[in-house]
Design a protein around this ligand. Sequence first.
Ligand code: ATP
Ligand code: MG
Length: 750
Amino acid sequence: MIESKNFLRTIVEEDLKSGKYKEIVTRFPPEPNGFPHIGHAKSIFINFGIADDYGGHCHLRMDDTNPTKEDTKYVEALKDAVKWLGYEWDGSVRFTSDYFPKLYDYAIELIKMGRAYVDSLTEDEISEYRGSVTEHGRRSRYADRSVEENLDLFMRMKKGEFAEGEHVLRAKIDMSAPNMKMRDPLLYRIRDTDHFRTGDEWSIYPMYDFAHCLSDYIEEVTHSICTLEFENNRDIYNWVLDTLSLKSPRPYQYEFARLNINYAVMSKRKLLELIEGGYVSGWDDPRLPTIAGYRRKGYTPESILTFCDQIGIAKANSVVDVSQLEFCIRDDLNKKVPRVLCVLNPLKVTIENYEGSEEIDAPYYPHDVPKEGSRKLSFSREIYIEREDFEENPPKGYYRLTLEQPVRLRHGYIIACKEVIKDANGNITELKAEYYPDSKSGCDTSGIKVKSAIQWVSAADAKVIEVRVYDRLFVAEFPEGVEDVNPNSLKVIKNALIEPAVVIQKPDVRFQFEREGYFYADPVDYSDEKPIFNKIVGLKDSWDKKKKKTTDKRAKPQERKVQIDGEVAPMTSEQQTLFDKYTTELKLNSEVANTLARDAYLSEFYEKALSLLKSPVNLANMIVNEVLREIKERHSTKLRFTPGQIAELVKMLDEEKISSKIAKQLFEEMAKSGENPVKIVKEKGLIQISDPAQIAPIIDEVIAKNPHNVAKFKAGNRKLLGFFVGQTLKATGGRANPKIVNDLVVKKLQ
Ligand code: ATP
Ligand code: MG
């Protein structure tokens, strides 16, 4: 795989060139207190990737210095994840706990040098004495203990003579250092808990800042790559190694921006809350952003590595749109997997003029996939099609089967619907149809024009499967935790029907169910008696949150609009004219323009809205995203709102009367009630707050409530800016203008 050049690689190359190191050694150092997530995948990709590419080594080290939360099951999960991503660590798995004796010796050395002391202040006192960004700290009254006393106390701490919190070992650095991390940082603390590897051998455990740099040194690591929140810890890293005068070459720490993705939480603590609260089924639940979750869902390691490469390595934190990851898996599977026919919501069709049965040879792969293979589809009188592929009262632009409009059965014949059978409640239970004998796919001489081809299965031999369809786990783009969980994130379809080859021949474990998406045979629950498939991803981005980012170099390559493989309907000249107008005159991006132009209903809706409001881009986005989703969810174009209402909503957005967050909420409300959006906004008081005088006191309150985060921010943790902005927005129910909040927060925290 080709990895992009980035600042870390530049440093590595320079260090090799200058002879600073003969060989590159990196490490991936997780704490075994949870399953690794997609953020860890990025770290794995960086550390192992660099070692691989520069002929070096990468170690897998369990950073197991906190006995209360760690466990071997997490060690195994971490090993699995690294292996599954295709990497091999150098030598055996390493453990910081293996270095406990050496670390202890280094601590003794620091004490003997007078550079570390046993402190006996309480936890609260220690934090109080540390001072703040504006105030110097004060040194503890215990800092002047003699070397002998310190040695004696430290050894007794080790033996377990004291209770937790009674004493700690601290480095003696500088209580007035501008970097607050350097104000006599803690090196060891007492923990009265058994460790999963060392049992009760130790009563003291080294802190990250002491253990990490020394473990790197012991392993002869050269580049210690970590995430930005450790930037201020770099000074301690260097202080420990320099003060102990460790012989070179020694490691240096470099930081990169951690990966965040929207609609997900990543911290292991929050993941654990979801699991323990029963919101998901376990660490490998396909809705979680864990590597085990993605794996179970059906993601390939290649797709995850491609994603890690595409997002690049930066020095500033940001959030990556999850649809970018979805793009990577779709793109990967598109090149690899067999195409098969599955009907999720079956509707019976009896083809009355067909007698007997026949076998149709159907290739698994489209022309542009360099793979071979085919299967037989058996065709006879009774088949099932997707319920949605028939409409009795079709909206304009409906291309599938209707009473007037024939449709092609994929790989098979063209059929026409002759009669609709309903039950007492008016639900359609069956269609009677006729087929055209001379219309068979591949040798069609019928001359009949159809607008699309649909999937089907033969009633006689279709297999019943369970299909698990996953939606985003959170409704909020930036979820806080369990309170933002989407209650409908899992839909189980018990009686989908699939062509038999999938479960009998098993040509693969991942498939494209044509026109539905990509699916994976669940590796845990699947059995031949009860085949179960997970939906990996749809064929196109139904959330499509992408805005007009055509200038962004990293924007997703344009996705093909495929109705069905090999049968992409070319645009009619009418559609082409619309498309050209949308892209050139109205400056829509081509994907949005494509969706609108090909859909007569949507384009008409759009034109109407546009005649009322000259805001072509925002209207188009609203229609292609929200309106289209609503149509899909309702399986109908009978909407409760009009183009005029959409125009009014977008107008308020354009005029910054409402925030985009509120716009979403408003849309939902309007779609449900059909109420006028302006009226909803008035009644519910949703007007955007842009007046700084109104916002300022809310920010003040947030600041007053979070003194610790203020201190951290002032100490250099710029990441917390998002925290303050988020809290303020939350306090206003999403009504405050984010730009103004952002500016004010920056000013107030200066
Ligand atoms: P979390 O806070 O999510 O529980 P962590 O940072 O505590 O994660 P560790 O197990 O300590 O997780 O991290 C192992 C390595 O993975 C570290 O080098 C860490 O910097 C890196 N890492 C963790 N999360 C991310 C992320 N979101 N993006 C990139 N790297 C990450
Ligand atoms: Mg951690």
